[in-house]
Design a protein around this ligand. Sequence first.
Ligand code: ZN
Length: 403
Amino acid sequence: MNTIAEQYVKLVLAVGQHDADYVDAFYGPAEWKTEAARQKIALAGIDATAARLGGDIAAVRDDGDELAGLRREYLRRQLDALRARVRMLQGTKLTFDEESQALYDAVAPRHPDSYFEDILKEIDRALPGTGPLIDRYDAFRQQFIVPAERLSPVFDRAIAECRGRTLAHVALPADEHFTVEYVKNKPWSGYNWYQGNFRSLIQVNTDLPIYIDRAVDLACHEGYPGHHVYNALLEQHLVRDRGWVEFTIYPLFSPQSLIAEGTANYGIEVAFPGAERLAFERDVLFPLAGLDSSQADAYARVRTLTDRLAYAGNEAARRYVNGEIDRAAAAAWLSRYAMSSPKAAEQRTHFFDTYRSYVINYNLGKDLVKQFVESRGGAGTARRWEEFARLLASPRLPSGLRN
Ligand SMILES: [Zn+2]
């Protein structure tokens, strides 16, 4: 398997020569990357090698260890996704659902407009004032914007809190660490660039106003117990302890992304069960940001409702990617059903351009991870952390979460 795994890593690097977004992280031997750039294998050649490797994996016999079995199945499926991405680069057009199945091993459920209409009615009742819902929502949210000069201390405090909560339940490598940078002009709101050796670079996009709830969201999602912890645990348990080189590379358009985004989003409620998030935001972050703590409860109530609109982005992306609506219509749809500001909706359509069906990894990923962890007895805090950490350190596929 190690020989196959090494060839897989080299294939992912080869695809990266044709697709600049494909290799999200790589911390294996640097000369493999140089060699991929030198060879610049054609897409047809990559596909032929991937097909052969798939056959090689099928011929490997299981050695009984559960993790080894997961590894084999995972590598096989990652290779299938690589071949799908290669076909896309060769010009094959897939529908949104075909693409998400091929790349992320999952298809998001569909929701009719009426599903979102019902949630919007509840939000309408929860917000003060009269006039169009989107205007009242926007006016209401104004009071929760973190002033630019407070961003850094607020994020630092949120990160420290998330780290402490994670360390209480998960053993992390002693020298794990990340740095935070504030950037502009990106299609995403935050990004974790894993660099190996238990290090990440986390970038926060400040193009749009940053609301106070983004502090906990980003600190958990990008940092603890999200992407940074996920990558560090894979490196420690699979790369270093077991010598599984395939985990030194992360192809973005692959089933691994559903696990990565799903665990990063579910990790927020693992770190802050029940009312603990509200208490922390109200008592610590609101004062630090200079915001009115007496409004924290009201904000949390509205957010609980708007969180239920999470799947709205999939509907907009599906129609946009399938060519049923154009950019303006997608942005209008997002403003209406996801209550995005015009600027945020516009930013989101650019995210769709680059990442397409990737959007399902956030919401469907979270729901699949939540159901998986909690169905394994992870309802109480300690058991939930245990199952969650086990998932973070194992090669499990999205379709394997449904068991
Ligand atoms: Zn993410």
